[in-house]
Design a protein around this ligand. Structure first.
Ligand code: BEZ
Length: 249
């Protein structure tokens, strides 16, 4: 599977709910003036900016050039890089990550890199998709693929661990876990499920031609309507967050 690609403007237009819903994990991070913080998977820098407004010195890193350009336009220190191959050494008081770690399936490499990047007693605070996240969305996409064998094998790129699995992975690499919670968080999709699929299912549809992609969006939307849509609330995605805070022991 090739890498997910991002278009920062499309993300801002249709997925700005992602940073907008991040207050609980920002509160958990509790950034302080004078701290140095790494924002891992910083995207367009919306949260990196908030952390810097608290007085911390923040460095953003993201695998997408388009996102990093947007973060730099906000005046942030941000660089292109892989979370699975972090090259920092004992320089951060905290590593923060929102809605990014599920895109990094080599989580052992991520946790090792975070551990190296932190000073002693530094903290790793984050939130990402946990066990059961977007279950209905995945099932619908899988069903469409099953109905069209010509689309090839259905594979998705995400890693959605249980709380115990992630806690064990952190502890095995020298972290002490203070907080770990799996939180169902139904998430309104104001611009609809089709836009969500266009942004987030890009790797899944990468080998389909334009006509096949259209059919994929249409059929997935049809399957999902009875499950995720209501007249009253519109489209609401079945998100489940795994929120955590751990210290380098
Ligand atoms: C999430 O934030 O949980 C998520 C978003 C897009 C694709 C997969 C997961």
């Amino acid at each position: 599977m090739t890498q997910q690609t991002w278009n920062a403007q499309q993300y801002i237009n249709h997925a700005s709910f992602v940073p907008q819903l991040a207050n609980p994990v920002l509160d958990l991070l509790n950034p302080k003036s004078g701290e140095t913080i790494l924002d891992l998977g910083c995207g367009d820098g919306a949260l990196t900016l908030k952390i810097s407004e608290a007085g911390a010195t923040v460095q953003g890193i993201d695998s997408s050039e388009s996102m990093i350009e947007m973060a730099q336009q906000r005046g942030l220190a941000a660089e292109v890089g892989s979370g699975e191959n972090l090259q920092f050494n004992r320089q951060f008081d905290a590593v923060f990550s929102n809605a990014a770690l599920h895109w990094m399936p080599d989580y052992h490499a991520v946790i090792n890199g975070v551990n190296r990047a932190l000073k002693d007693k530094g903290r790793f605070v984050g939130e990402f998709g946990g066990q059961g996240n977007i279950g209905a969305l995945i099932e619908a996409m899988q069903t469409v693929f099953a109905q069209h064998p010509e689309y090839g094998e259905f594979k998705h790129p995400w890693f959605f661990p249980s709380a115990s699995e992630y806690q064990q992975a952190l502890e095995a690499r020298g972290f002490q876990v203070n907080y770990m919670e799996l939180i169902p968080r139904p998430t309104p999709l104001k611009t609809g499920v089709r836009e969500w699929l266009k942004i987030f299912a890009r790797q899944i549809t990468q080998d389909l031609n334009q006509e096949q992609k259209e059919t994929f969006y249409q059929e997935a939307e049809m399957l999902l309507k009875p499950v995720l849509y209501s007249e009253k609330e519109g489209w609401v995605a079945d998100y489940v967050r795994l929120r955590f805070a751990a210290f380098k022991g």
